[in-house]
Design a protein around this ligand. Structure first.
Ligand SMILES: [Fe+2]
Ligand SMILES: [Fe+2]
Length: 402
């Protein structure tokens, strides 16, 4: 049973929550407190899985509370509940909170959010790795893209479109901006997968605050000794995104499907970025084994870390509220056969795009080892189709159209 802590200084709101969530008392062990201080006391006494906190409270506010919880109880999932008029204050919670809900929050949204994050906890079985990932409050960017965006934001006459286009080129920036716009707090219609659209919706002033004062973006720092091929990871992600979009267009004219395919392609290896930036020494060991013994990257990760970059990336994006389709496709991008999928799914598109990208771009050999899964393609009856698609993608790639 998941243990969930609700914090709000308004007793009538707490009573409302208790009434609303009563039917769930067999599934969740729920506790309710009226201040940040009380919350910290209770947390010091027993283990909780999820915290849902109000933002504006006397004493310790929601952002401060979640920042402390992140430090003291890194395994916990942190959700902020905030009034719309508190938007400026809410930005302070952007880093410590995994998800944002707007007040008043209906029972359905609250239930769905807590259920989803609890379910996502099952993706990973190593509690050590879970702790590390749940603590991630920002992801680093390629240094030149970080310099470019801060430079542009400091200028007076910057257009939001230019900002969106820089964000779109960076894995970390894209994931963080989409985490925000897809939260129910901002009230945009769900499922925005374009970082350019996300930037436009948030607006220049909000992005300026987030980047220049809150510091949601940062520049990758790495030891030159370490052979982590970050630039290759970015190139591979961009190529996989273009290929996924193209394959999606060949099988469907559904705009959302095509845009989801592009995003899944761009973020599919985000787990490598998380591991390489948060556990650099360990990840260096993984890569050395991959280079020296020609072993498969996700198999070595499994041996060294007990999990692979596919699950790690999916786990963080799940905590950040990304769609189930995107998360599933990312978890299975190397091993689509295990679950016997439907053809024409995002899972198939991503698996093909990732494998095509590895075949087409020799510069990323170090991250390669992703072969096409023939057994899977046979099962879904797509072997011939995949050959045709590969020939077409190869043509486009050689023409420079990818
Ligand atoms: Fe991968
Ligand atoms: Fe990949």
């Amino acid at each position: 049973m998941k243990k969930v802590l609700f914090v709000d200084d308004d007793p009538s709101l707490i009573n409302g929550l208790k009434r609303m969530l009563r039917p769930l008392r067999k599934e969740w062990d729920m506790h309710f407190v009226l201040s940040g201080q009380e919350a910290l006391e209770l947390l010091s006494e027993s283990h909780f899985d999820v915290i849902v906190s109000d933002m504006r409270m006397p004493g310790i506010n929601g952002a401060e509370l979640l920042a402390r919880v992140r430090k003291l109880y890194p395994h916990m999932i942190r959700i902020i509940l905030s009034g719309y008029s508190d938007q400026a204050l809410l930005l302070k919670a952007v880093r410590p909170a995994h998800q944002f809900l707007s007040k008043p929050c209906d029972a359905e949204t609250l239930k769905k959010t807590v259920f989803r994050v609890s379910k996502i906890q099952d993706i990973l079985n190593s509690s050590e790795v879970k702790k590390i990932i749940a603590q991630v409050d920002s992801l680093p960017s390629l240094p030149h893209l970080y310099r470019e965006i801060t430079g542009k934001l400091e200028q007076e006459d910057t257009a939001i479109k230019d900002i969106g286009e820089i964000i779109q080129k960076d894995i970390g920036m894209s994931a963080q901006i989409l985490k925000l716009v897809n939260s129910s707090f901002f009230g945009f219609y769900n499922n925005i997968s374009s970082p350019v659209q996300a930037a436009t919706l948030l607006g220049l002033d909000t992005i300026k605050t987030l980047v220049l004062s809150i510091g949601i973006f940062s520049s990758l720092k790495y030891d030159k000794e370490m052979k982590i091929p970050f630039q290759s990871l970015w190139n591979h992600s961009a190529l996989t995104a273009s290929l996924a979009k193209h394959i999606a267009q060949l099988i469907s004219d559904d705009k959302i499907f095509i845009s989801d395919a592009y995003l899944a392609g761009f973020l599919h290896d985000i787990g490598i970025l998380i591991l390489a930036s948060k556990l650099p020494e360990k990840y260096q060991q993984v890569l050395s084994r991959v280079y020296d013994n020609n072993e498969n990257i996700w198999e070595v990760e499994q041996k060294v870390l007990g999990t692979s970059h596919a699950e790690i990336g999916a786990y963080l994006l799940g905590l950040w509220g990304f769609s189930d389709n995107t998360i599933e496709a990312i978890i299975r991008h190397h091993k689509p056969e295990v679950f016997g999928d439907e053809p024409k799914s995002l899972i198939m598109v991503l698996h093909l795009a990732d494998s095509f990208a590895h075949h087409l771009d020799p510069a990323i050999k170090e991250l390669a080892m992703a072969g096409l899964n023939q057994k899977y393609l046979r099962e879904i009856n797509h072997i011939e189709q995949a050959k045709e698609w590969f020939a077409e993608c190869k043509g486009l790639y050689e023409e420079g159209a990818m």
